[in-house]
Design a binder for this molecule. Sequence first.
Ligand code: AMP
Length: 284
Amino acid sequence: MPLKIAIQKSGRLYDDSISLLNDCGLKVDNLKDQLKAKVRRFDAEILFLRNSDIPKYLEDGVADLAIIGENTLIEKGANVETLLNLGFSKCRLSIAFPKEFNYKGPESLAGKRIATSYPNTLTSFLKKHGIDADIHQISGSVEIAPNIGLADAVCDLVSSGSTLFQNGLEECEVVLRSQACLAANRKSITEKSALITELTSRIKSVLKARKNRYILFNIPNEKVEEASSILPVLKSPTVLPLMEEGWSSLHSVINEDDFWDVINQLKACGAQGILVIPIEKMVI
Ligand code: AMP
């Protein structure tokens, strides 16, 4: 039986989901307007589903795996297992008030009308803080609710904050932080363990590669040791002799977060001809 992988059929997660699967060697043909597509050279099928339906389909075993926002899984209370965080679609579910409001903490929410598409997550947050508020569930364009008099505040997904800003709202409280994740049906984890292990290990290799860069540069021989100590290496750097007497070429892998710090230190150490190259996969 093929591994059934659910992804969003349209929306924010779609492009990143397809590109992650592609990078893992799961190439899908004829994507447009399909509900289901076969994968070439991997025993899997992709199911293109509505985002909000995915947790239920996953829980029921219609899909074995899904790429989905953690926020959606939590809101739907899905009994599934999160296997990996995928590092994209990072966002937070936040409470925002019109910017003139003087927010002092969760107690400021007491008795307020809050518009949201995440009633369950908001209810748990209010309960945790012992606050009684009036939740207005709406399915889209939550941010306009205060402007049209429907609510005093909103509880909505935020990434850059520009939508809130454009609507005169200010983020006051983060209820939940979320990103896309790979989630699994609990039974499928054992029943399809070989395929799931293979796919998760490919995803880990791709995610690791995306965070790292291959770096190579020339360095005088007497500086090789000093330059090596600057590099946060995988094992130890590769050192190759150059044709020019007294010089070596040093190769290593660096994390993109350390990138500019490391480059500046290497330059100060005498590195020349620094090349930085993206890595396609880092097999773990
Ligand atoms: P959508 O395309 O609106 O159905 O959103 C799908 C998912 O994208 C959401 O459930 C979140 O996990 C994620 N997402 C990331 N950033 C945002 C954002 N600023 N607004 C809405 N959704 C976001």
